[in-house]
Design a protein around this ligand. Structure first.
Ligand code: PMP
Length: 364
């Protein structure tokens, strides 16, 4: 019947690599306190919200957006002190930028490399594009083993290495000396993914003048604009020009462009919110560490990695869900993340709710 014929077509024609993949999982969070996706819990001050609503009502969507979003780029250059001579490419989230970089360097046998565990999109994108993917194992404390890594780089000659700094889901920084040695030995591109730069001191825009194989990537998502879907790639014009060719026209829509330019004019609002989250991170880390059976890993981001007693991670995850709280289950996603969970750092009130629920569950 029709169903069988449909299945036959799909099985015959879908690329086997795609057929074997699972789509990026986003759990249903309806009615739950969302502490799973590194969002900023704070909304805008009322006056700002009103001003934005007016701007939106004056923004027309009958025509295509500006193809290059110059207002947004000018705002970014100013707010983030982007050095002279550094070009900017915008993406529909940094997810899209990861894909564009990979498309631009793709070719027979070309390899993407990334520490493991790290952000899953690096390896997902490699699969989408039928590229080779090599994961670099980390030490027990999720550090880069530099000698082993340099040997792997030498052997595999990756087209691009993605280094999230700080890393997701582990929360740690790699250390500048290791980054420098990787940049010096890699013959391909190295992308420092600063998705969580707002929560740490690390900042690599200045390194662009030293390394012709470096790109720096950032996002508006973690600072409070996840719904906007806007990522930024910084690099030399020679690279940005090539990667830009893979970008679909008008990838940054009119509403996003207008909102981003507006948000950049009010950026101190977001800086204050992220600073509050950094204060909350210190407190939440200390409080989590006091709960029986939890090991807390140090974090430079807006989330915290914890390890439960053996076999407890699924129970805690489910117990929290029963109490209306959604966190990220990492247990089962990678061998080194056994018994691991990841929680967002949120407002004092939401952190309290998480701690109260965990205190109950850990006492059971
Ligand atoms: N890089 C890292 C390290 C991340 O953790 C994430 C989000 N989880 C992203 C990139 C993607 O961010 P976005 O597409 O929202 O900009």
């Amino acid at each position: 019947d029709f169903r069988d014929r449909l299945d036959t077509h799909v099985t015959r024609w879908v690329n086997p690599t795609i057929g074997a993949l699972k789509a990026y999982p986003v759990p249903d969070s309806t009615g739950l306190l969302k502490l799973d996706a590194m969002e900023n819990p704070f909304v805008w001050p009322e006056a700002m919200q009103r001003e934005w609503a007016e701007l939106m009502s004056a923004t027309h969507v009958n025509r295509y957006p500006h193809p290059d979003a110059p207002d947004v780029k000018a705002g970014i250059a100013e707010v983030f002190d982007v050095p002279e001579g550094v070009d900017i490419l915008l993406g529909n989230g940094s997810d899209e930028l990861i894909q564009l970089i990979a498309m631009a360097v793709n070719g027979k046998g070309r390899t993407i490399m990334a520490p493991e565990p790290s952000f899953v999109m690096y390896q997902m994108v490699a699969r989408y594009l039928s590229m080779e993917y090599v994961g670099l194992p980390l030490t027990d404390t999720f550090e880069i083993d530099i000698e082993q890594t340099l040997r792997r780089i030498e052997a595999e000659d990756p087209a691009v290495i993605f280094l999230a700094q700080p890393n997701n889901p582990t929360g740690n920084l790699w250390g500048d000396e290791k980054l420098r040695r990787i940049l010096e030995s890699a013959r391909g591109l190295v992308v420092i993914d600063e998705a969580y730069t707002a929560f740490t001191e690390a900042d690599y825009l200045d390194w662009l003048s030293d390394f012709p194989n470096l790109l720096v990537m950032r996002t508006f998502s973690k600072v409070g604009l996840a719904g906007l879907r806007l990522g930024m790639l910084f690099g030399h014009a020679a690279w940005i020009e090539q990667i830009n060719k893979c970008r679909l026209p008008y990838n940054i829509n009119s509403l996003t462009q207008a909102t981003a330019a507006f948000a950049l004019k009010h950026f101190s609002v977001f800086e204050n919110q992220t600073q509050e989250l950094v204060r909350q991170r210190r407190q939440l880390s200390a409080q989590l560490a006091e709960l029986p059976g939890l090991t807390v890993f140090p974090s430079e981001a807006n989330f915290i990695l914890v390890r439960t007693q053996p076999g407890q991670a699924d129970l805690l995850h489910a117990g929290l869900k029963d109490r209306g709280i959604l966190i990220k289950k990492l247990h089962g996603s990678h061998p080194s993340l056994e018994d691991c969970l990841r929680v967002n750092v949120s407002s004092a009130d939401e952190n309290r709710q998480l701690l109260d629920a965990l205190t109950e569950l850990c006492a059971e």
